[in-house]
Design a protein around this ligand. Structure first.
Ligand code: LER
Ligand code: MN
Length: 273
């Protein structure tokens, strides 16, 4: 059985308690948090998760020009590794199982060095972060992003290649249907390719709205996940229709409406297949 989670990334301008309460109210199993451990109080979140009887699913780590696994500046590469280690501590305190990772700064679309060197820095850095995460029982998932957000890992086969080279039991792949709809030939086949290395999933429709509001056909995807016996989280990562969706503006429909609608839509879909 899959588990359902909702990423609080889109809940701008409210206290984290409101988000946790909402996600619990609509019947989710888990809450996904942004890797913003400097502004989020881990002990308080742990108490709130207890209060609303819900788990933490994963930490959505955000990389920027100050923390980039493949920067030509070794200090910035070190910052990226340290950032994941800090996210691991945060995850450990709140009981989250994993951390999502992409080895480049978000929205960086040009390499600084040759791709072979950058890939080897990615493997090296993820391995160091993965060893630290493994000691605390936390998994790391390598997420492909579409070509407008990164150039290094755009498809599942590239995530799997890095994961195989890192070669740690707690480091695996993830897929985000929004990115996959742009980059993969066949979304279901890409999930199947990851096999038992598929550790985590983000769902959003083709326009990043709630599943059912765009033109992705979720039926074959749900079927593939079921046939693979995937029993991890499907986390809704819905974002506004904006060139910079990470800007933090409040879009009303992503709060109660899409939180409720997404889980209802997916539970019905999984029951039908
Ligand atoms: C980025 O587009 C993404 O998909 C997230 O999981 C991380 O911010
Ligand atoms: Mn995602």
């Amino acid at each position: 059985m899959v588990k359902y989670s909702y990423n609080t990334l889109v809940y701008a301008g409210e206290d984290i308690e409101e988000g946790i309460a909402r996600i619990s109210k609509f019947g989710y199993d888990g809450v996904e948090f942004v890797g913003d451990h400097e502004n989020l109080d881990a002990d308080r979140i742990k108490e709130l998760l207890n209060k609303y009887s819900i788990a933490a699913s994963s930490i959505c780590a955000i990389y920027n020009t100050e923390r980039d696994f493949v920067s030509s500046n070794p200090d910035i590469r070190k910052n990226a590794i340290q950032y994941v280690k800090d996210c691991v501590d945060f995850a450990h305190t709140i009981g989250a199982q994993g951390i999502s990772l992409t080895p480049t700064a978000n929205m960086k679309i040009h390499p600084e060095t040759d791709l072979e060197t950058e890939r080897s820095w990615a493997v090296e850095g993820i391995r160091e972060a993965g060893l630290y995460a493994g000691e605390k029982g936390i998994r790391i998932t390598v997420e492909p992003w579409n070509r407008y957000e990164t150039y290094l890992v755009n498809r599942m086969e590239q995530s799997l290649d890095i994961v195989k080279k890192v070669d740690l039991p707690n480091v695996g792949c993830m897929g985000d249907t929004y990115h996959m709809n742009i980059e993969e030939n066949d979304i279901s086949e890409a999930f199947r390719l990851a096999g038992d290395k598929l550790f985590y999933v983000h769902f959003a429709d083709s326009n990043r709205a709630a599943p059912g509001r765009g033109h992705i056909d979720f039926k074959p995807i749900a079927k593939a996940l079921k046939e693979m016996n995937y029993d991890g989280y499907i986390s809704m990562e819905l974002l506004p229709p904006s060139a910079d969706p990470f800007g933090g503006a409040r879009h009303e429909e992503f709060y109660d409406q899409y939180t409720q609608e997404s889980i209802d839509y997916l539970k019905k879909l999984f029951a039908e297949i």
